[in-house]
Design a protein around this ligand. Structure first.
Ligand code: ACO
Length: 451
């Protein structure tokens, strides 16, 4: 298939959020730590009425209904998640309930797992399927979803929850660039979930930030080389941040994303054969020849780079952080919520023929930097239109006091994986047409209803 990419997208986040300034007071940390220090405004969370399956059911069903796509037209469905409710049965097979009426059971793909990277692994699988001899002419669905919750302590404010469903097909309004994907994979214990009885990860926060930065540096260096070879088709035209009109990142918290964009300026500077020391490289003289992986802890450099990247951040990245600031880390869905935010904040004209870079990071470590470009068409207009009310949807959610949020997480800790189980949270709080968990029977089988 040609020009394979995203035809349409749906973002679903739960109806409840906690205000981060209120959470600062509740946690007894200094005012500004979560809001300014980490760059987070609000954090979305689920009650026990919603789980990973219901989030994904809602995202897929809304996408299919809105676009008028028949379930019979789907030949592949990939799911990315790290929210495990079963060590064998996939979320994908749960989603097959949506296909029952269509009679279509010929649907490839299962779940993809590695921390926040599973959605990207799923996306790559679907793109590869469509560009391969295995493709049967039908469309693909990619669903990335997670419920991110941390034990009480300094990581809890970086939670979030949500799911993104993407319809993948040929002649798309957002086409993925071929031959430029660049990955960085290595072994690290920065964030992992070894305790099967708990929803919470084991996390070394500072190490995870360092791993994220290193993965970004390494992916970007490779991406530049591949871009020169595949898109410029020479090695002399310089590849730098100017080649990417927008840059969207996996966002654990938005301050990290701002720092990440600024590192790309440093990377460009170090790769440039003859940088001038004005404009975006002003003040970098003493860093000429420095090794990227020795700079993670250099606070003076970090400050300087944030200043130098101010304009690039405003024009390329800031708009992509709307969902991340207001929902928090949706793990596998974070990057794609970023893409949706970017689209929702621009017009068709502003996006047309522009290229967006995407950096996906999953702890452990699996990371990729890849890109896509917007193609002007009626489908692009529809894609942009579909996100016109994204901001409004974020603002229409209900605020929950930190005390109540804390009590909900405590109660979820005590009922996690119990069976039989009937959720305590009222169904009234579930948004209209969203799926919710009705009950879990004695054999851990889950029943869902639609609001
Ligand atoms: N006003 C303004 N800024 C403040 C204030 C204040 N009152 N107080 C603190 N800050 C700043 C700090 O200076 C720091 O900023 P800096 O790093 O730019 O200097 C920032 O707020 C955070 O403060 P720290 O003390 O570094 O925070 P802490 O170590 O307690 O926790 C962390 C932060 C590590 C991110 C933690 O929330 C965590 O472990 N989260 C989960 C792991 C994570 O998200 N990792 C990222 C990649 S992996 C993934 O996606 C899961």
């Amino acid at each position: 298939a040609r020009d394979v990419g995203i035809l349409a997208m749906e973002v679903y986040f739960p109806n409840n959020f906690v205000d981060q300034a209120e959470l600062e007071r509740f946690d007894g940390v200094s005012a500004g730590k979560y809001t300014i220090g980490l760059g987070q405004e609000r954090m979305g969370f689920c009650t026990d009425r919603e789980d990973i399956v219901s989030l994904c059911l809602t995202a897929v069903e809304r996408l299919m209904r809105r676009t008028g796509t028949s379930y019979a037209d789907i030949g592949r469905l990939d799911v990315g998640t790290e929210t495990l409710i079963d060590k064998s049965k996939s979320v994908k097979t749960n989603l097959m309930r949506l296909f029952e009426e269509s009679g279509n059971n010929d649907v490839e793909g299962v779940d993809n797992l590695n921390a926040c990277y599973g959605g990207t692994a799923g996306l790559f699988n679907s793109l590869d399927w469509m560009e391969s001899s295995a493709w049967d002419g039908r469309l693909a669905l990619v669903v990335a979803g997670d419920i991110a919750v941390y034990a009480s302590g300094n990581a809890r404010c970086t939670g979030g929850a949500g799911a993104v469903a993407m319809l993948i097909g040929p002649h798309a309004p957002l086409v993925f660039d071929q031959g430029v994907r660049s990955s960085f994979m290595q072994h690290a214990y920065d964030f992992y979930k070894p305790d099967m009885a708990s929803e919470y990860p084991t996390v070394d926060g500072q190490l995870s930030i360092r791993c994220y930065m290193e993965a970004l540096d390494r992916c970007y260096a490779k991406y530049r080389q591949k871009f020169a070879a595949k898109i410029f088709k020479n090695t002399t035209t310089p590849v730098n941040l100017d080649c990417l009109d927008f840059m969207v990142f996996h966002s654990p918290f938005t301050k990290l994303v701002q720092k990440s964009l600024s590192r790309l300026i440093l990377s460009d500077f170090l790769a440039h054969p003859e940088p001038d020391y004005t404009g975006k490289h002003a003040g970098l003289e003493k860093y000429r020849g420095v090794k990227l992986n020795t700079t993670f802890a250099d606070k003076d450099l970090e400050k300087l780079l944030l200043k130098l990247s101010h304009d690039a951040f405003s024009s390329k990245t800031d708009a992509s952080l709307m969902v991340a600031r207001n929902v928090g880390n949706m793990y596998t869905a974070s990057l794609y919520g970023g893409l949706a935010s970017l689209i929702s904040s621009h017009t068709v004209e502003e996006l047309s023929k522009r290229r967006v870079g995407l950096f996906s990071y999953g702890s452990g470590v699996a990371a990729s930097l890849f890109s896509a470009h917007f193609v002007p068409s009626d489908r692009l207009t529809q894609l942009v239109e579909s996100f016109r009310n994204l901001r409004q949807r974020l603002d229409e959610r209900s605020k929950t006091a930190p005390e109540e949020f804390d009590a909900i997480l405590k109660s979820k800790e005590s009922t996690h994986h119990s069976a039989p189980f009937t959720p305590a949270a009222p169904v009234e709080a579930v948004p209209r047409d969203a799926y919710y968990l009705e009950s879990i029977d004695g054999m851990h089988r889950r029943q869902y209803l639609v609001k």
